[in-house]
Design a protein around this ligand. Structure first.
Ligand code: NAG
Ligand code: NAG
Ligand code: NAG
Length: 404
């Protein structure tokens, strides 16, 4: 647009009409993008067959490369259809006018052989600044085959990884049946994730919905996640994170952690889960850390306005994650944790449990307006505490706050 106006400036009449167009463009944000010369890079123009069996990865990569390395507005398009593909790496940095738009309207089917991925990642976005990924389409990793081989430490391919990037806007996508985690945001800053649907069977192993690792300034909103593992898990180095209006279940619930598994982990903080609901999950609001951990902190963590339906461990801090040894203590210092307005039903008789490190007690834990009612096999409820100092109850707290 700008270029053609400059060419027309020779004529006064034309330059006036040019100004009118510019004003009209400025009036409507969305229309502005359409009017700007935006080149569509359709993967079918780069050879994608879309027959559901031919590997179309190279077409996606080539369309991305052409768009990323161009000048001007870019839309990488996966049109409706079924596109099978193995590993795809979309890397920057891009010369195109930001944002890079990846418009996934169709269905991507992963190559279901987990050993065909060199880096345990299916779709990887890396080193990109300012990208919008949307389109209403589906990333179906066809994970059933991989789940048969999944063990605790077998790393199955992650469906969608956003790594070493910033200013990301990810919306309106369906992630289905991941082999491993459905999505990871790693070493990245300023990311908005909204209107996602993430689905896998309850019995699928290690299929976390969204995992953050060293991700800062992140917002995840209006999203529905039901998988076989954590709904959202927030790991090492993540700071300033807001999770709002997320529905979880089945799965393992909302978690900060696990923390401290690896020696290079760093502190986390300023994490808020707000207006979330969980149904049939094994945990509600959870913080978990390993015992053999580096010295680090987890601070200023808020769980508020959380609704629970048949949840096993509604409020839990477990600093003995994956350890049966009470003697082994965690070096993760957990402090300033706020549980506010958490209500609903639980199948556990101990719906509030703080099992903290005896060498690093949990500190300053607020319990405000909590109401957890037993259902099913649970007949009564109580709260239990090991090594926490400064528990601050307010409003009605049912079961009553633990004595530490
Ligand atoms: C965390 O991510 C940032 C980019 O957001 C990066 O610069 C930094 O090196 C990462 N830190 C670690 C410990 O990996
Ligand atoms: C949390 O936010 C406050 C206020 O914005 C800031 O001062 C503090 O450094 C942040 N803490 C972490 C761990 O990011
Ligand atoms: C705390 O965790 C240890 C290790 O898993 C376990 O043995 C102990 O029973 C737990 N304490 C409570 C009160 O649940």
């Amino acid at each position: 647009m700008a270029t053609s106006c400059v060419h027309m400036m020779g004529s006064l009449a034309l330059s006036i009409s040019c100004l009118i167009i510019i004003n009209a463009i400025a009036a409507a944000g969305e229309q502005r993008r359409l009017l700007q010369a935006e080149t569509v890079y359709d993967i079918t123009k780069y050879g994608a067959k879309g027959d559901g069996t031919t590997d179309d990865a190279m077409s996606f990569i080539q369309a991305w490369r052409a768009g990323c390395d161009s000048k001007g507005g870019v839309r990488i398009l996966i049109p409706p259809g079924k596109f099978m593909m193995g590993e795809v790496i979309l890397s920057g940095e891009c010369t195109a006018t930001p944002p890079m738009i990846v418009d996934i309207q169709g269905t991507l089917l992963a190559n279901p052989d987990p050993s065909s991925y060199s880096n345990e990642k299916w779709i990887l976005i890396e080193h990109v600044d300012n990208i919008k990924i949307t389109g209403g389409g589906t990333l179906n990793a066809q994970g059933a085959n991989a789940w048969k081989y999944a063990k605790e430490d077998a790393h199955m391919p992650v469906s969608f990884t956003f790594q070493s990037s910033k200013n990301g806007d990810i919306s309106n996508l369906n992630l289905l049946d991941a082999m491993g985690f459905h999505s990871k945001l790693i070493d990245s800053d300023n990311i908005k994730v909204t209107k996602m649907t993430i689905t896998a069977p309850e019995e699928s192993p290690n299929t976390d919905g969204i995992h953050l690792s060293n991700a800062t300034n992140v917002e995840i909103t209006d999203t529905v996640i039901g998988t076989g593992d954590d709904c959202i898990s927030i790991g090492t180095g993540s700071k300033n994170v807001l999770i709002k209006n997320v529905k979880c279940g089945p799965g393992h619930g909302l978690a900060v952690g696990s923390l401290g598994k690896r020696p290079d982990e760093i502190s986390v903080g300023n994490i808020t889960f707000s207006s979330c609901s969980l149904a049939g999950t094994t945990n509600g609001a959870r913080i978990k850390s390993y015992h053999k951990s580096p010295v680090m902190t987890a601070t200023n963590i808020v769980f508020e306005d959380i609704t629970l339906d048949n949840v096993k461990n509604p409020i839990i801090i477990d600093q003995h994650y994956f350890s049966k040894m009470v003697a082994e203590q965690s070096n993760v210092k957990i402090s300033d944790v706020h549980f506010r307005r958490i209500k609903g039903t639980t199948i556990s008789e101990i719906p509030i449990l703080f099992n903290c490190s005896t060498t690093n007690p949990c500190e300053n834990i607020e319990l405000a307006d909590i109401d957890l009612k037993p259902v099913g096999a649970a007949k009564s409820v109580e709260s239990v505490c090991v090594s926490a100092i400064g528990i601050k109850p307010s409003g009605t707290v049912n079961p009553p706050p633990p004595k530490c």
